[in-house]
Write a protein of this length. Structure first.
Length: 320
């Protein structure tokens, strides 16, 4: 067993490497050729290889998330608790920020300034809602492949899993890069943006889409798990209730984004998530767990509510 500090260090290093090599490649291509368009494969491969190599090296320590969207999927399926997820997010974001500032300090300004250190940005006239959807779908498949290849029952070697995850990242970037720059990772979008102070208006696109995609991928992995459940079977009923509520609430959030119905969607989502939390608490007790454990599920429900409110408000701001 590894200590929490070791896990967080691994997440920091893995995300640092992703941004350093991925965005470093983008800066190098710009510096040598003056354009990213004709070297899209180079940039995509740099990100994918960084993920593959460092997942293989560090996955046995922390799980090799290196992406808040992956952590969201793990949190949604109760593989990690709320506090662990928050610490993973902090380590990942810190790693991305550190790598971005290091690149800015090391590289000539001509190399990083024209591409804003690889900060993702929407192409002109590309709708923000479409950008969220594209980022969300690409991240969904990335996180889904992550779950599928790291399933212990399948016995896939970390090196093979790393290659599968890395190549899925490459595929996602190749599809999304001409339109959204293909972040597929909120930390990767945030670090370079903070280091350059550029493109604030579209940051929500790279949080809402990937986080929602990671959440839904977690649900899909739960449904298609080779054992029929994720983890202890005693928790299957309350998880199923919570996941169902989560899917319904996400549908409402998407509808709210399109229809712009004021605060009613947030209120309804809040009610659904609170009901999910109460159902989890009750069913956990019926399954023979302690009241304290049920209370922790209720706290998780409140945390989901906060994330739902964030997603809605960020998406509404981007759509307006």
């Amino acid at each position: 067993m590894f200590h929490t500090s070791q896990k967080l260090t691994a997440e920091f290093l893995g995300t640092f490497a992703l941004v350093f090599f991925g965005e470093g490649a983008a800066c190098a291509v710009q510096y040598l050729h003056g354009s990213l368009d004709v070297n899209m494969l180079t940039v995509a491969m740099a990100h994918g290889l960084a993920i593959a190599v460092f997942f293989t090296a560090l996955s046995q320590i922390s799980g090799g998330h290196f992406n808040p969207a992956v952590t969201m999927g793990y949190w949604a399926t109760k593989r990690i608790n709320t506090i662990e997820a928050a610490m993973y997010w902090a380590a990942q974001i810190a790693g991305a920020i550190a790598a971005a500032y290091l690149l800015r300090a090391m590289l000539p300004e001509d190399a990083w300034r024209n591409v804003a250190l690889g900060t993702p940005e929407l192409v002109r006239d590309f709708p923000k809602l479409a950008g969220m959807a594209l980022e969300g779908v690409a991240t969904f498949f990335l996180v889904f492949i992550f779950f599928a290849t790291t399933d212990e029952d399948r016995g896939i070697a970390p090196s093979s899993a790393g290659l599968a995850i890395g190549f899925t990242y490459v595929l996602g970037i190749l599809v999304a890069m001409p339109f959204t720059t293909g972040a597929l990772n909120p930390a990767r979008a945030f670090g370079p943006w903070l280091a350059t102070g550029a493109h604030l208006a579209n940051q929500g696109v790279y949080w809402v889409g990937p986080i929602a995609g990671g959440f839904l991928a977690g649900l899909g992995a739960f449904r298609l798990d080779s054992t029929g459940v994720s983890g202890d079977t005693a928790f299957a009923p309350h998880r199923a209730v919570g996941f169902t509520m989560g899917v319904v609430a996400l549908v409402i959030l998407i509808a709210a984004l399109i229809a712009r119905p004021g605060t009613r969607a947030v209120v309804l989502s809040a009610v659904l998530f609170l009901l999910a939390a109460l159902a989890q608490s009750l069913l956990a007790g019926l399954a023979g767990n302690t009241v304290l454990f049920g209370g922790l599920h209720a706290l998780d429900g409140l945390a989901i509510l906060g994330i739902a409110a964030f997603l809605y408000l960020a998406a509404r701001r981007q759509h307006s």
